[in-house]
Design a protein around this ligand. Structure first.
Ligand code: SF4
Ligand code: SF4
Length: 605
């Protein structure tokens, strides 16, 4: 614990929380933010720190738990990915008005690119809309430092403070000073003040005035003022950067040797932008380039279209990550330097696919067989890859598989032959946002089948527990919620559980549910088989060895097209399918899918 270590950005943030006395930390997993809470839980176990760390059922709940902790005077934090902040937007907007008692840090990790998200949205704009300050770190080390700044700012102004790392900060590694955890110094104390904490619209108006006063003061708060990153004197040109663009620009300007010709400023608090800085910048420089990810948040606040260049005029791309070559090209153009850095050639990649032996593959294969002409509404998670199997037609946002199924039902219900509708949703996503949608579907008598893909974990983000797992973030035993009871409690009369590895029986279950739904309303099938990557639940594979493909294989390609297990591939020499034993998990599901019955289990030794 006393040695320097190479920490992931998310670990660095967790270290920052622990050494600043965070007493309650909550989260819902989502890339690139997931490792913040899992690192905190690990550090808590290592240090015995007095900390409540938990995965919540969704981001709104996570926010509200952590916010109540700060209402009781403690230092607390909630972490999520940028689209998760949309789920927590309701309490965020109100919390900004009501303010805080202890320090409260809202960590929203953005995903420019986007690498694993539905959108490239910029959480700084959400902070602007909520009217709370936001801090934009350029590296893991700065993210850790800014946790301390965020708590100080939050407590000085009694306001939630957003920390907004991006993927390149969350997933970069950097040499870190050793952790020195600081135990929470305060005892919880809740000061009853209904005018503040349960304010009616009349008081909310007053609180809004108070919030505006706070923002004006935060805009001159010294600890978060912009930094000058080079020694340029009175230069006509200036570059303003934030987030990872600051880290790139600092190195690129040094390499180009233009540090004395163009002033470089780093904005660590993009909102509210420091008013003195804005005034001095516009007074001292006649041409200003702003490089920031993802939207033009700083640029908008500079509001001088004649002298300020950036995303609004197209000098900086409005889409995608600010990669080093993009930063260099913007700087070269602004500095009048010749040359252009080419983008790295893109390596043709293999399209993402479900793992070998993933139970979801069997579920989708069965759904396609049971309801071949259905509309398939899908949801957010690794099982979105069911679209490769032709069993996912729509993906919008968490929980939307069920509400979109309802929308399609209402659209087609008076058609001469309404289509079957099969929605798929993961177990964690069902708990997150599926339950209210299912209640609505039951009330409205929506005729559809919901297949809950229950692999007993939140697989896509690293196998965090769900409410059905029975353990928490720190591996502590917890109560379980049974999905079957929950589904029946929502008013669903027909709910069956089946193992998708038992492909024939599972297909019959889905087919019967589809038939039931046509006449009688919602039917639910719980497709239960544990994720093969979940270390808590690793179960023996069904087969001891990879199956073999025999002479009956005529190379028709049906299995590759419709099942696409990554262990299977066409052998160009024999023109038959071959199974790679190093990739095969031994699930045995493929034994039943070949029309020629050419795939067989190996004899055990
Ligand atoms: S294993 Fe069966 S389905 Fe696959 S290519 Fe051979 S004959 Fe076709
Ligand atoms: S047994 Fe068949 S389906 Fe399962 S992983 Fe191996 S090749 Fe793929």
């Amino acid at each position: 614990m006393n040695r320097k270590n190479l920490a992931l950005g998310n670990e660095a943030i967790a270290q920052g929380l622990l050494e600043n006395g965070c007493a309650i930390a909550t989260s819902y997993p989502g890339t690139p933010a997931s490792e913040i809470l899992s690192s905190l839980a690990r550090l808590q176990r290592q240090t015995g720190a007095a900390l409540h760390a938990q995965w919540a059922v969704n981001e709104k709940i996570a926010f509200e738990i952590a916010y109540a902790g700060c209402q009781a005077g403690l230092r607390t934090a909630v972490s999520m990915k940028q689209v998760g902040l949309n789920v927590a937007a309701d309490p965020l907007m109100s919390a900004a008005y009501m303010g805080t008692s202890g320090g409260f840090v809202v960590i929203s990790a953005d995903d420019p690119g986007p690498h694993s998200s539905q959108t490239e949205q910029d959480s700084r704009l959400m902070a602007m809309m909520a009217k709370i300050p936001v801090l934009d770190p350029d590296s893991p080390a700065q993210a850790r430092e800014l946790v301390a700044v965020a708590y100080a700012l939050s407590e000085a102004f009694r306001i939630p403070v957003m920390l907004r790392p991006t993927t390149r900060v969350c997933h970069a590694r950097q040499d870190m000073a050793p952790l020195s955890p600081r135990p929470p110094e305060r005892q919880p104390a809740f000061e009853k003040n209904p005018a503040r904490w349960a304010a009616t619209p009349k008081f909310r108006n007053q609180l809004h005035h108070e919030l505006e006063r706070k923002l004006a003061e935060i805009a001159i708060y010294p600890a978060t003022a912009p930094l000058k990153l080079n020694a340029a004197g009175e230069t006509p040109k200036a570059i303003v950067v934030s987030g990872v663009a600051a880290a790139h620009a600092r190195e690129i300007m040094a390499d180009l040797g233009i540090g004395d010709r163009i002033a470089l400023y780093q904005v660590r608090q993009p909102f509210p932008l420091h008013t003195d800085f804005t005034a001095q910048l516009l007074a001292a420089h006649s041409e200003i380039l702003v490089i920031e990810e993802t939207m033009g948040v700083i640029e908008m606040q500079l509001a001088d279209r004649q002298r300020v260049r950036g995303k609004l005029c197209g000098a900086v791309s409005r889409v995608g990550e600010i990669l080093p070559e993009a930063v260099e090209n913007s700087i070269r153009q602004f500095a009048g330097l010749p040359g252009r850095v080419p983008s790295l050639p893109t390596v043709p990649g293999r399209r993402p696919t479900l793992c070998a032996g993933c139970p979801h593959r069997a579920s989708y294969f069965a759904i396609k067989r049971a309801a071949p002409r259905a509309i398939y509404t899908g949801d957010i998670g690794c099982y979105t890859l069911g679209l490769n199997l032709g069993a996912v037609d729509t993906v919008l946002c968490m929980g939307a598989a069920i509400s979109q199924a309802a929308g399609f039902y209402h659209a087609f219900k008076n058609a001469p032959k309404p289509p079957d509708i099969v929605a798929t949703i993961g177990d964690s996503t069902f708990f997150h946002a599926g339950v209210p949608a299912l209640i609505d579907a039951v009330v409205q008598g929506v005729k559809f089948v919901l297949v809950i893909l229950d692999n007993r974990t939140t697989a896509m983000t690293g196998n965090q527990p769900t409410p059905a797992t029975g353990t928490g973030a720190m591996d502590e035993p917890l109560n379980r919620v049974a999905i079957e009871s929950l589904v029946r409690g929502c008013g669903v009369s027909r709910c069956e559980t089946a193992d998708p590895y038992q492909l024939e029986a599972f297909t019959r279950t889905v087919r019967a549910a589809v038939k039931y739904s046509r006449s009688s309303g919602p039917a639910v099938v719980i497709a239960r088989h544990p994720c093969l990557l979940d270390k808590r639940r690793q179960e023996a594979a069904a087969l001891a060895q990879a199956p073999t493909v025999g002479d009956a294989c005529d190379g028709c390609g049906y299995c590759l097209k419709n099942f696409e297990c990554p262990a299977m591939g066409m052998d160009p020499e024999t023109e038959r399918v071959r199974i790679d034993p190093l990739v095969c998990s031994g699930c045995g599901v493929c034994l039943t899918i070949c029309p020629q019955k050419a795939i067989a289990a190996c004899a055990r030794d």
